[in-house]
Design a protein around this ligand. Structure first.
Ligand code: NAD
Ligand code: TDX
Length: 334
């Protein structure tokens, strides 16, 4: 297959591209604007004869039309992805997540190209800590942040294009990913690189918020499974039963890095902070036979810590700018 992967220079997209090129015969063209979140270095060492990076915007209709027309399938990861940024400057989220997705599905419709849309569990809003239910494909949409509302909007566009125009699309909504190549603005890499820099980790509010962690490779394998065997028009939730509260994760990072478990600070909470996400992935498991391979969060986190220790050259150029952006956002919200 000739795959067009949007956002392939970002965290999950780059992990997906590495896995596809290592484990299948497919060729990959990445379309990525290399925003602050995209990193050419995440795609180093890939085979020249099966891989190409095109630097460009998913809202650039002529470019998108040409690339979608030359592909057998599109896997659409590109997005503005960080909730905190969306609270301070929502406009790029509308441009990329809504207009960018619209531009891609129009091209896929014209060319009859298979399309897989990557989305998030955040479209469902949040759960109480003691709610016995988890999100399923039938949970009503109820997004909280500018980021999640634009992801919800993009999902609904894809669903409407399937129904109205016969777009050959599937959608997946995944829980929080961790692993290599994740930008240092995100929770886990921010705290690991803080500890490496001798800075105390920063926990928003009381730290009782729960996220449902999954390794990026488990997400990638689920996406490949849906591409191969998913039913057109269907949505699949991806999750690995990995619920942890943020305080537990920070304490585990500190312990694994040889620090006292209480060596972190509580800071100003995120506005509108979702309390808990939790995914029921029964449909993906029973209908398509997918199973996560990273069962042990502690071991996966330890491997991720090692990766950041060994790849300082990858994350160092982004670290100061990221912390400056956080400081600026904190001043802006006072
Ligand atoms: P990321 O921010 O690390 O990467 C996004 C990539 O998209 C970057 O390489 C960036 O340069 C590129 N991009 C942004 N705007 C673009 C544009 N207009 N045109 C072309 N490229 C553009 O994000 P991520 O964490 O890897 O997330 C990837 C996808 O997975 C997103 O759609 C996100 O909503 C979804 N998702 C993420 C998580 C998670 O835990 N990170 C969980 C569920 C779903
Ligand atoms: O410094 C921090 N301290 C902290 O306590 C940061 C950056 C975050 N947090 C908290 C907020 C969240 O409860 O940690 C949790 C995880 O935060 P993020 O890494 O920003 O992720 P989240 O907001 O949960 O969204 C992520 O998962 C779903 C991705 O960024 C989204 O792209 C994806 O859709």
């Amino acid at each position: 297959m000739r795959l067009l992967v949007t956002g392939g220079a970002g965290f999950i997209g780059s992990n997906f591209v590495h896995l596809v090129l290592a484990e299948t015969d497919s060729s990959v063209v990445v379309l990525d604007a290399l925003t602050y979140a995209g990193n050419r270095a995440s795609l180093a060492g890939l085979p020249d004869d099966r891989f190409e990076l095109v630097v460009g915007d998913i809202a650039d209709a002529p470019l998108v039309d040409r690339l979608v027309g030359a592909a057998d399938a599109v896997v659409h990861f590109a997005a503005e992805s960080h909730n905190d940024n969306s609270l301070h400057d929502p406009r790029p989220f509308l441009d990329t997540n809504i207009i960018g997705t619209y531009t891609l599905i129009e091209a896929a419709r014209r060319h009859g190209t298979r399309f897989h849309h990557i989305s998030t569990d955040e479209v469902y809003g949040d759960l109480e800590l003691d709610d016995p239910n988890r999100f399923t494909e039938r949970t009503p949409y109820n997004p909280s942040s500018p980021y999640s509302s634009t992801k919800a909007g993009s999902d609904l566009l894809v669903r409407a294009w399937v129904r109205s125009f016969g777009l050959q699309a599937t959608i997946s909504n995944c829980s929080n990913n961790y692993g290599p190549y994740q930008h240092v603005e995100k929770f886990i890499p921010r705290q690991i690189t803080n500890v490496l820099d001798g800075v105390r980790p920063k926990l928003y509010g009381a730290g009782r918020n729960v996220r449902d962690w999954i390794h990026a490779d488990d997400h990638s394998r689920a996406v490949l499974t849906i591409l191969e065997r998913g039913e057109i028009g269907e949505t699949y939730l991806i999750g690995a039963d990995g619920e942890q509260d943020n305080r537990t994760v920070v304490e585990l990072i500190l312990e694994l890095m040889g620090q006292p478990r209480d060596a972190y600070d509580h800071v100003q909470d995120r506005a509108g902070h979702d309390l808990r996400y939790a995914i029921d992935s029964t449909k993906l498991r029973t209908e398509l036979g997918w199973r996560p391979q990273y069962g042990d969060f502690r071991a996966g986190l330890a491997a991720t810590i090692d990766w950041y220790r060994e790849h300082e050259a990858w994350w160092r150029p982004q670290k100061q700018a990221t912390e400056d952006r956080y400081a600026q956002q904190a001043r802006g919200s006072k």
